[in-house]
Write a new protein. Structure first.
Lengths: 81, 234
Protein backbone atom coordinates (compact mmCIF):
# COMPACT_ATOMS: atom_id res chain seq x y z
CA UNK A 1 0.00 0.00 0.00
CA UNK A 2 1.25 3.44 -0.86
CA UNK A 3 -0.30 6.90 -0.90
CA UNK A 4 -0.16 9.47 -3.65
CA UNK A 5 -0.80 13.09 -2.72
CA UNK A 6 -2.50 15.53 -5.07
CA UNK A 7 -2.46 19.22 -4.20
CA UNK A 8 -4.92 21.55 -5.92
CA UNK A 9 -4.91 25.35 -5.52
CA UNK A 10 -7.15 28.12 -6.84
CA UNK A 11 -5.47 29.80 -9.82
CA UNK A 12 -3.41 32.85 -8.78
CA UNK A 13 -5.58 35.21 -10.83
CA UNK A 14 -8.82 33.88 -9.31
CA UNK A 15 -9.95 35.63 -6.15
CA UNK A 16 -10.04 33.10 -3.31
CA UNK A 17 -12.93 34.21 -1.05
CA UNK A 18 -12.31 31.43 1.50
CA UNK A 19 -8.61 32.20 1.83
CA UNK A 20 -9.43 35.89 2.22
CA UNK A 21 -11.90 35.14 5.03
CA UNK A 22 -9.39 32.88 6.79
CA UNK A 23 -6.74 35.62 6.47
CA UNK A 24 -8.90 38.29 8.06
CA UNK A 25 -9.99 35.93 10.85
CA UNK A 26 -6.33 35.16 11.65
CA UNK A 27 -5.58 38.88 11.90
CA UNK A 28 -8.58 39.33 14.19
CA UNK A 29 -7.25 36.58 16.48
CA UNK A 30 -3.92 38.35 16.78
CA UNK A 31 -1.87 36.21 14.38
CA UNK A 32 -0.10 39.20 12.93
CA UNK A 33 2.46 39.26 10.18
CA UNK A 34 0.51 36.99 7.83
CA UNK A 35 0.26 38.90 4.60
CA UNK A 36 -2.42 36.78 2.90
CA UNK A 37 -3.91 33.27 2.84
CA UNK A 38 -4.92 31.07 -0.07
CA UNK A 39 -6.83 27.86 0.57
CA UNK A 40 -6.47 24.73 -1.53
CA UNK A 41 -7.17 21.02 -1.34
CA UNK A 42 -5.04 17.97 -0.57
CA UNK A 43 -6.18 14.55 -1.79
CA UNK A 44 -4.67 11.33 -0.44
CA UNK A 45 -5.05 8.45 -2.88
CA UNK A 46 -4.26 5.06 -1.39
CA UNK A 47 -2.80 2.73 -4.00
CA UNK A 48 -3.05 -1.05 -4.04
CA UNK A 49 0.56 -2.17 -4.54
CA UNK A 50 3.56 -0.14 -5.59
CA UNK A 51 3.48 3.26 -7.19
CA UNK A 52 4.60 2.88 -10.79
CA UNK A 53 5.22 5.60 -13.36
CA UNK A 54 2.07 4.41 -15.15
CA UNK A 55 0.05 4.76 -11.95
CA UNK A 56 1.43 8.25 -11.34
CA UNK A 57 0.47 9.19 -14.87
CA UNK A 58 -3.09 7.91 -14.34
CA UNK A 59 -3.36 9.90 -11.12
CA UNK A 60 -2.19 13.01 -12.98
CA UNK A 61 -4.93 12.37 -15.54
CA UNK A 62 -7.50 11.96 -12.76
CA UNK A 63 -6.22 15.15 -11.14
CA UNK A 64 -6.83 17.23 -14.24
CA UNK A 65 -10.04 15.43 -15.32
CA UNK A 66 -11.88 15.42 -12.00
CA UNK A 67 -9.96 16.47 -8.88
CA UNK A 68 -9.43 19.96 -10.29
CA UNK A 69 -11.34 22.29 -12.61
CA UNK A 70 -8.73 23.87 -14.92
CA UNK A 71 -10.90 26.99 -15.31
CA UNK A 72 -10.41 27.95 -11.66
CA UNK A 73 -7.76 25.62 -10.23
CA UNK A 74 -4.22 24.32 -10.84
CA UNK A 75 -2.85 20.91 -9.89
CA UNK A 76 0.29 22.19 -8.17
CA UNK A 77 1.79 18.90 -7.03
CA UNK A 78 1.43 15.12 -7.44
CA UNK A 79 3.81 13.25 -5.12
CA UNK A 80 4.21 9.95 -3.30
CA UNK A 81 3.77 10.21 0.48
CA UNK B 1 -49.26 17.28 -29.41
CA UNK B 2 -47.03 18.89 -26.86
CA UNK B 3 -43.35 19.05 -26.01
CA UNK B 4 -41.82 16.55 -23.60
CA UNK B 5 -39.39 18.22 -21.24
CA UNK B 6 -37.25 16.06 -18.96
CA UNK B 7 -35.98 17.14 -15.54
CA UNK B 8 -32.97 15.27 -14.15
CA UNK B 9 -32.86 14.30 -10.47
CA UNK B 10 -29.38 13.74 -9.00
CA UNK B 11 -28.76 12.72 -5.37
CA UNK B 12 -29.10 16.06 -3.53
CA UNK B 13 -31.18 17.82 -6.18
CA UNK B 14 -33.79 20.09 -4.54
CA UNK B 15 -35.72 21.90 -7.25
CA UNK B 16 -36.70 19.05 -9.58
CA UNK B 17 -40.34 19.09 -8.43
CA UNK B 18 -40.66 22.83 -9.00
CA UNK B 19 -39.06 22.50 -12.44
CA UNK B 20 -41.45 19.67 -13.40
CA UNK B 21 -44.38 21.78 -12.21
CA UNK B 22 -43.17 24.81 -14.17
CA UNK B 23 -43.03 22.65 -17.32
CA UNK B 24 -46.66 21.57 -16.76
CA UNK B 25 -47.77 25.15 -16.02
CA UNK B 26 -46.19 26.21 -19.31
CA UNK B 27 -48.21 23.56 -21.14
CA UNK B 28 -45.52 20.94 -21.59
CA UNK B 29 -45.37 17.30 -20.62
CA UNK B 30 -43.02 16.97 -17.65
CA UNK B 31 -40.84 13.84 -17.67
CA UNK B 32 -38.82 12.91 -14.57
CA UNK B 33 -35.33 11.67 -15.48
CA UNK B 34 -32.97 9.79 -13.14
CA UNK B 35 -29.22 10.44 -12.92
CA UNK B 36 -28.41 6.72 -12.96
CA UNK B 37 -30.28 6.01 -16.20
CA UNK B 38 -28.60 6.21 -19.57
CA UNK B 39 -31.83 7.07 -21.40
CA UNK B 40 -33.46 10.45 -21.92
CA UNK B 41 -36.84 8.72 -22.50
CA UNK B 42 -37.39 10.43 -25.86
CA UNK B 43 -37.71 13.90 -24.35
CA UNK B 44 -37.47 17.00 -26.57
CA UNK B 45 -35.61 19.14 -24.02
CA UNK B 46 -33.80 18.72 -20.69
CA UNK B 47 -33.66 20.81 -17.51
CA UNK B 48 -30.84 20.30 -15.00
CA UNK B 49 -32.42 21.75 -11.85
CA UNK B 50 -30.97 23.39 -8.76
CA UNK B 51 -29.91 21.94 -5.46
CA UNK B 52 -26.74 20.42 -4.05
CA UNK B 53 -26.00 17.38 -6.18
CA UNK B 54 -23.67 15.03 -4.28
CA UNK B 55 -23.63 17.58 -1.44
CA UNK B 56 -21.52 19.96 -3.54
CA UNK B 57 -18.60 17.66 -2.61
CA UNK B 58 -15.33 18.37 -4.46
CA UNK B 59 -16.86 21.33 -6.38
CA UNK B 60 -20.49 22.20 -7.12
CA UNK B 61 -21.57 20.03 -10.05
CA UNK B 62 -18.22 18.23 -10.30
CA UNK B 63 -19.50 14.75 -9.48
CA UNK B 64 -22.95 15.05 -11.10
CA UNK B 65 -21.12 15.80 -14.33
CA UNK B 66 -19.99 12.14 -14.41
CA UNK B 67 -23.48 10.67 -13.73
CA UNK B 68 -24.55 8.04 -16.32
CA UNK B 69 -27.30 10.24 -17.78
CA UNK B 70 -24.87 13.07 -18.55
CA UNK B 71 -23.40 11.32 -21.61
CA UNK B 72 -26.87 11.36 -23.18
CA UNK B 73 -27.42 14.98 -22.13
CA UNK B 74 -24.11 16.07 -23.71
CA UNK B 75 -24.84 14.16 -26.94
CA UNK B 76 -28.34 15.65 -27.15
CA UNK B 77 -27.06 19.18 -26.43
CA UNK B 78 -24.41 18.83 -29.13
CA UNK B 79 -27.19 17.69 -31.47
CA UNK B 80 -29.17 20.87 -30.81
CA UNK B 81 -31.62 19.79 -28.09
CA UNK B 82 -32.62 22.63 -25.75
CA UNK B 83 -30.89 22.18 -22.37
CA UNK B 84 -31.39 24.53 -19.43
CA UNK B 85 -29.18 24.48 -16.32
CA UNK B 86 -30.53 26.31 -13.30
CA UNK B 87 -28.19 27.13 -10.37
CA UNK B 88 -26.56 23.75 -9.57
CA UNK B 89 -27.60 22.69 -13.09
CA UNK B 90 -25.62 25.66 -14.48
CA UNK B 91 -22.63 24.51 -12.42
CA UNK B 92 -23.01 21.01 -13.91
CA UNK B 93 -23.10 22.49 -17.45
CA UNK B 94 -19.82 24.33 -16.85
CA UNK B 95 -18.16 21.28 -15.27
CA UNK B 96 -19.16 19.16 -18.29
CA UNK B 97 -17.84 21.89 -20.64
CA UNK B 98 -21.13 22.62 -22.43
CA UNK B 99 -20.76 26.21 -21.18
CA UNK B 100 -17.52 28.12 -20.46
CA UNK B 101 -16.34 29.52 -17.13
CA UNK B 102 -17.14 28.34 -13.64
CA UNK B 103 -18.80 29.36 -10.38
CA UNK B 104 -16.84 29.97 -7.18
CA UNK B 105 -17.99 30.92 -3.68
CA UNK B 106 -19.89 34.20 -3.44
CA UNK B 107 -17.53 37.13 -2.95
CA UNK B 108 -19.13 37.96 0.43
CA UNK B 109 -19.03 34.23 1.44
CA UNK B 110 -22.68 34.18 2.56
CA UNK B 111 -25.54 32.13 1.25
CA UNK B 112 -27.90 34.60 -0.40
CA UNK B 113 -31.64 34.31 -1.02
CA UNK B 114 -33.53 37.19 -2.60
CA UNK B 115 -35.82 38.20 -5.42
CA UNK B 116 -33.35 39.32 -8.10
CA UNK B 117 -33.89 41.55 -11.09
CA UNK B 118 -32.17 40.46 -14.32
CA UNK B 119 -31.97 41.90 -17.79
CA UNK B 120 -32.58 39.47 -20.66
CA UNK B 121 -29.62 40.32 -22.89
CA UNK B 122 -30.23 37.65 -25.51
CA UNK B 123 -33.82 36.85 -26.50
CA UNK B 124 -32.81 34.52 -29.36
CA UNK B 125 -32.06 31.37 -27.36
CA UNK B 126 -34.26 28.29 -27.03
CA UNK B 127 -35.13 29.37 -23.47
CA UNK B 128 -35.59 33.14 -23.93
CA UNK B 129 -37.45 33.56 -27.24
CA UNK B 130 -40.65 34.64 -25.47
CA UNK B 131 -38.85 37.60 -23.85
CA UNK B 132 -37.86 40.89 -25.45
CA UNK B 133 -34.16 41.74 -25.60
CA UNK B 134 -33.51 44.22 -22.79
CA UNK B 135 -36.59 43.12 -20.82
CA UNK B 136 -36.13 43.17 -17.04
CA UNK B 137 -37.50 40.23 -15.07
CA UNK B 138 -37.55 39.38 -11.36
CA UNK B 139 -37.03 35.79 -10.21
CA UNK B 140 -35.63 34.24 -7.01
CA UNK B 141 -31.89 33.76 -6.50
CA UNK B 142 -30.49 31.44 -3.81
CA UNK B 143 -26.94 30.19 -3.73
CA UNK B 144 -23.59 30.06 -2.00
CA UNK B 145 -21.36 29.28 -4.97
CA UNK B 146 -22.79 31.75 -7.46
CA UNK B 147 -19.86 33.94 -8.44
CA UNK B 148 -19.40 33.50 -12.18
CA UNK B 149 -15.74 33.60 -13.24
CA UNK B 150 -13.90 33.10 -16.51
CA UNK B 151 -10.67 34.49 -17.96
CA UNK B 152 -10.82 37.90 -19.66
CA UNK B 153 -10.53 36.41 -23.16
CA UNK B 154 -13.54 34.13 -22.56
CA UNK B 155 -15.54 37.03 -21.09
CA UNK B 156 -14.70 39.22 -24.09
CA UNK B 157 -15.77 36.43 -26.46
CA UNK B 158 -19.06 35.92 -24.61
CA UNK B 159 -19.76 39.66 -24.84
CA UNK B 160 -18.77 39.94 -28.50
CA UNK B 161 -20.89 36.95 -29.53
CA UNK B 162 -23.97 38.05 -27.55
CA UNK B 163 -23.66 35.00 -25.35
CA UNK B 164 -24.27 36.82 -22.08
CA UNK B 165 -27.92 35.81 -21.81
CA UNK B 166 -28.77 37.49 -18.48
CA UNK B 167 -27.18 40.22 -16.39
CA UNK B 168 -27.89 41.25 -12.80
CA UNK B 169 -29.57 44.66 -12.63
CA UNK B 170 -29.12 47.15 -9.79
CA UNK B 171 -27.20 44.78 -7.51
CA UNK B 172 -24.59 42.14 -8.18
CA UNK B 173 -25.45 39.54 -5.53
CA UNK B 174 -22.31 37.40 -5.65
CA UNK B 175 -19.44 39.26 -7.32
CA UNK B 176 -19.98 37.65 -10.74
CA UNK B 177 -17.68 39.00 -13.46
CA UNK B 178 -19.37 41.71 -15.54
CA UNK B 179 -22.66 41.18 -13.63
CA UNK B 180 -23.23 37.94 -15.56
CA UNK B 181 -26.22 35.95 -14.29
CA UNK B 182 -26.47 33.48 -17.17
CA UNK B 183 -24.92 32.55 -20.50
CA UNK B 184 -25.72 30.57 -23.64
CA UNK B 185 -23.70 28.45 -26.04
CA UNK B 186 -23.12 29.78 -29.56
CA UNK B 187 -26.04 27.82 -31.00
CA UNK B 188 -28.47 29.15 -28.37
CA UNK B 189 -29.84 25.76 -27.30
CA UNK B 190 -27.80 25.38 -24.09
CA UNK B 191 -28.50 28.05 -21.47
CA UNK B 192 -27.36 28.24 -17.85
CA UNK B 193 -28.14 30.75 -15.11
CA UNK B 194 -27.86 31.02 -11.33
CA UNK B 195 -31.33 32.51 -10.54
CA UNK B 196 -34.43 30.28 -10.53
CA UNK B 197 -37.12 30.78 -13.20
CA UNK B 198 -38.97 27.67 -11.98
CA UNK B 199 -39.71 29.44 -8.67
CA UNK B 200 -41.49 32.27 -10.50
CA UNK B 201 -43.96 30.33 -12.63
CA UNK B 202 -47.18 30.29 -10.63
CA UNK B 203 -49.20 33.13 -9.04
CA UNK B 204 -49.14 32.83 -5.24
CA UNK B 205 -45.68 31.26 -5.10
CA UNK B 206 -43.43 33.72 -6.95
CA UNK B 207 -41.68 36.97 -6.07
CA UNK B 208 -43.65 40.09 -5.17
CA UNK B 209 -44.68 42.13 -8.20
CA UNK B 210 -46.66 45.29 -8.91
CA UNK B 211 -49.78 43.10 -8.97
CA UNK B 212 -49.25 42.13 -5.32
CA UNK B 213 -47.36 39.81 -2.97
CA UNK B 214 -45.94 36.62 -4.52
CA UNK B 215 -47.72 37.18 -7.82
CA UNK B 216 -44.57 37.26 -9.97
CA UNK B 217 -44.44 34.74 -12.81
CA UNK B 218 -41.54 36.22 -14.79
CA UNK B 219 -39.85 32.82 -15.01
CA UNK B 220 -42.63 31.00 -16.84
CA UNK B 221 -41.55 32.25 -20.27
CA UNK B 222 -38.33 30.17 -20.04
CA UNK B 223 -40.51 27.10 -20.36
CA UNK B 224 -43.04 28.50 -22.86
CA UNK B 225 -40.09 29.64 -25.00
CA UNK B 226 -38.73 26.10 -25.21
CA UNK B 227 -42.15 24.52 -25.79
CA UNK B 228 -43.16 26.97 -28.54
CA UNK B 229 -39.80 26.56 -30.22
CA UNK B 230 -40.08 22.78 -30.16
CA UNK B 231 -43.65 22.77 -31.49
CA UNK B 232 -42.71 25.19 -34.28
CA UNK B 233 -39.98 22.85 -35.52
CA UNK B 234 -41.94 19.61 -34.95
Amino acid sequence: MATILVHVMPKPEILDPQGKAVGSALARLGFTGIESVRQGKRFELTIDGEVTDAMLERVREAASAMLSNPVIEDVVEVTVL
Amino acid sequence: MTARIGVVTFPGTLDDRDALRAVRLAGGEAVPLWHGDASLKDVDAVVLPGGFSYGDYLRAGAIARFAPIMDAVVDAANGGMPVLGICNGFQVLTEVHLLPGSMIKNEHLHFICRDQTLRVENADTSWTAEYRAGEEITIPLKNQDGQYVADERTLDELEAEGRVAFRYVGFNPNGSRRDIAGITNARGNVVGLMPHPEHAAEPGFGPDSVQGGRTGTDGLAFFTSAIKGLLATA
